[in-house]
Write a protein that binds this ligand. Sequence first.
Ligand SMILES: [Zn+2]
Length: 587
Amino acid sequence: MQRSVFFLLAISGLALASCGRPTAADTLAPAAALSTQTPAAPASQLVNPTAEPTLPPAATPTAMLVPSPTGGPAHTIATDLALDDADVVLYPVPTVYAGDKVTFQLLPHVPETINVNDVNAAIFVDGQQVAGGPLDRRNWNGQAEGVYEWAWDTTGLAGEHTIEIVLDPSDAIQTGDEDATNNRVTMTTTVEVASGQAALDVAATWQTTEINCCIVHVVSDTAAARDLATLLPQLEAAVNQAADRLTVQPSHKIDVYLIDRIVGQGGFAGADMVVSYADRQYAGGGIYELLVHEAAHILDQQFAPRRISFLAEGLAVWVSGGHYKPEDLTQRSAALVAMGRNIPLAQLIDDFYPVQHEVGYLEAAGFVTFLIDRAGWSTFKEFYSDVSADDGPTLSAAVDANLQRYYGITLAQAESDWLAGLKSNPPPPAAIEDLRTTIRYYDVARRYQALYDPTAHYLSAWLPHPTEVRQFGNPADLTRRPKTEMNVTLEVMLVAADTAMRDGDYVRANVILDSVSGILDHNGTIIDPMATSYLGIVRAAAEYGYELHAVELAGGSARAMATQSPDPRLKSLVMEMRGQNWVILSH
Ligand SMILES: [Zn+2]
């Protein structure tokens, strides 16, 4: 299923590119392209409050609102325009607190024959229309989507509310909407009173710091705000590294948002940079590499505004000196080939994003490294700046034509030379083990995300423009996330697997990944002793108000890093198993 979803996603990506929008690349490229779209000003989506609602809400049975979907919305072939309550997501997730400005994301069933922009929706809260207007687009998995940003201000509105959403309220669509009775959903939602940490989140504000390279935005009382003094020099160094390796002088300061939330793979860049910096960084990755990677995506647009995704991602990894940590990209590419996981270059270039993420990025980076090693940086820079989708009937044909022009070889010759070089230098077994474990780690982490933190998954996420969030929205749009016991347990296990992998302990990393996979396979049932220990540790710490971020488990004892709201500082806990229970020995 994942495959077909990714395939549809790629089509959307190409469509975006071909209509002349900048194809910003990133660790999470489709989202990057998203972020480059200029969102409509929120005001334009609001219906004039004095206007008569096109159709007053009817009294229909109240359904329970499911505020967050259980997974990426399944894209089924719709034959009739329809909406049900599972197609509605209210942001911020997973809970709306009084004071939040709610964004409505509609993911209705819209037959392929209907242009989504021809479908209007009207949103009512307690009988008052708060938003309306056409759906926006088909999103990355081909699903029709309408986003009505910051449409409902819940200040002072704690309690239950009736929400009614009507598709095609004036019944303008006939063909493809034979059954007009399923165009409307009514649901109740509860706006909670924020207390404790939630109250702090609601009261959070943006804090802006200007440094040489960047204008840095963080949300108060987050991990990034706490660690800003160490993050700023890293960011400065990261942008310098990107500028040096790309031989480009930054033309302006970069707006950088460090957000307390995992989004997709950890970051995205369009005109601005958005990078995840959370204590429980379950999508792994080194923050420094991530910063360099995203900075590269911004700076390379100065000389290659039309660059193609395959080359942009490959170059960003080369500029970073590794995807997730310092990596020998040639040796790692050799490992990919030795594993038989590399795919023909033409296929990868033409359809970059459907390919397994780690495989695609590494192969692109390996090939970029090969080209730079072959004829130097300046030749590559000219080549890179010149390749665009217009240079051939396909992207691979465009690369082929430009390789002939700048390197005097065809794509097929370049690929064959590159592979021959890699095969003549077999990688050490540890390089293969590291790559195999990395690929598996991210596959498991993305599966976790789709099931337990779905709005972080880039296929279904609403990724608002950060400047607009700052201006019109809530910091929580970019920070709030589900933190159930299961979320924390699975996330600390993923963090532990990542730590073991970085220490070169692939056996341990894989044992932890086996355990996480087992839980995902069995609907969250925890059976094996290791997972039972992690859950017991998370539970015991929670009794004292600790939220765990990392756990180092060794048999019947453990060390953990934790925060205790409202104090954002990290604390170290020593814990021990006593009988069936875990206890905190020191904190
Ligand atoms: Zn990238």
